[in-house]
Design a protein around this ligand. Structure first.
Ligand SMILES: Cc1cc2nc3c(=O)[nH]c(=O)nc-3n(C[C@H](O)[C@H](O)[C@H](O)COP(=O)(O)O)c2cc1C
Length: 331
């Protein structure tokens, strides 16, 4: 079992970091660590695990994020996940959405750090890969008069005893009541310094930082203080920012992939999936932001939208239209 810190990762994001987005991101960076969307333990145990958990081998290094608060169910989910060869497992103790909180998991788990430890133990005992925790600094409701540092440390102490070696901290508190999930990603205020202090207090723990990191330069600055940086919305809103990750963050000497090359590299994947009956927009919707900030970005989005929703299209017609639009970016 390896516990190598990964210097850069793309955050788990429901509806966004599905397997097709992850395969696309791999065209841009071979080294960035990827996460699944959060999948609930009960969905894995009672649902179609093949559909929920399968992925392309090129997606490695890939972490499966589970949501749940029942150690027994999490244990069973981990047993099932073993067949799929993920590189690590992660417990979500950071999502404050009401839907998730009403299932008593996500951020609401922070009300009971011992339960988090029990969940992590169950996951670890039923997997062969490292188990990590993603969380917020603290719950606003539990720590109204403090910055939440003590609460985070208490959670980390218990987690560490289970053998958990990595904690990813979204560098703000969560508020379970009164904010929408969207507002909860902007408020309360970020506190990066607290996470740096947390790393100093737990030098043996792999600490990754998350929250409003929108460039590789910003990630590099954080890496002076912590082991890893995790990028969420910026990676979806502007995926090409990851194109220099291998060189800038992982010191690779490989050439930087162009946007057009990335689209061309997706063609065999698109073809294979369309032959298997997948509608093209399921894959292509994740490419909409590829040309963000470039001249022609609006044209790209408009044309891509037209192509991916064509009625009765086959791969040949989609590929022809795509080739036409990307060749306009090559000139
Ligand atoms: C659409 C969306 C879905 C998300 N889904 C998850 C999730 O499934 N699990 C999780 O731990 N966090 C989830 N998050 C939170 C992100 O992982 C991340 O912690 C948050 O967006 C802050 O990082 P950022 O400022 O870089 O976006 C989601 C965020 C977004 C925008």
């Amino acid at each position: 079992m390896t516990f190598l810190p990964c210097r850069l990762s793309v955050a788990p994001m429901m509806d966004w970091t599905d397997r097709h987005f992850r395969y696309f991101i791999r065209r841009l960076s071979k080294s960035v660590q990827l996460y699944s969307e959060m999948i609930t333990a009960s969905a894995v145990v009672f649902g179609d695990d093949e559909k929920l958990l399968s992925f392309d081998p090129q997606e490695h290094n890939l972490i499966l994020q589970l949501g749940g608060s029942d150690p027994e169910l999490l244990a069973k989910a981990c047993q099932k996940a073993q067949a799929f060869d993920y590189d690590g497992l992660n417990l979500n103790a950071g999502c404050p959405s009401e839907r998730v909180s009403s299932g008593s998991f996500g951020a609401s788990l922070r009300k009971d750090p011992q339960l988090i430890a029990d969940c992590l133990s169950a996951m670890r005992e039923n997997s062969k890969v490292p188990v990590s925790l993603k969380t917020r600094i603290a719950l606003e409701e539990m720590t109204p008069d403090s910055d939440g540092f003590e609460d985070l440390c208490r959670c980390a102490e218990l987690a560490q005893k289970t053998g958990c070696r990595e904690i990813i901290v979204h560098a703000r508190k969560a508020k379970l009541k009164g904010l929408t999930p969207k507002q909860n990603r902007e408020r309360p205020a970020l506190n990066y310094d607290l996470v740096y202090r947390f790393k100093q207090t737990f030098p043996d723990l792999i600490v990754s930082i998350n929250g409003n990191i929108d460039s590789l330069d910003a990630a590099l600055k954080h890496l002076n203080h912590v082991d890893g940086a995790m990028i969420g919305r910026a990676a979806y809103g502007n995926p090409y920012l990851l194109a220099q990750a291998d060189q800038k963050i992982f010191n690779a000497s490989t050439p930087i992939v162009t946007r057009v090359q990335a689209v061309r590299e997706m063609m065999p994947y698109l073809e294979k999936n369309m032959i298997e009956g997948l509608r093209p927009h399921i894959i292509m919707k994740h490419w909409l932001n590829l040309f963000k900030g470039c001249p022609g970005a609006v044209l790209w989005r408009r044309t891509l939208t037209q192509i991916m929703f064509l009625e009765n299209c086959n791969f040949k017609s989609v590929a022809e239209s795509l080739n036409k639009v990307i060749s306009s970016f090559e000139n």
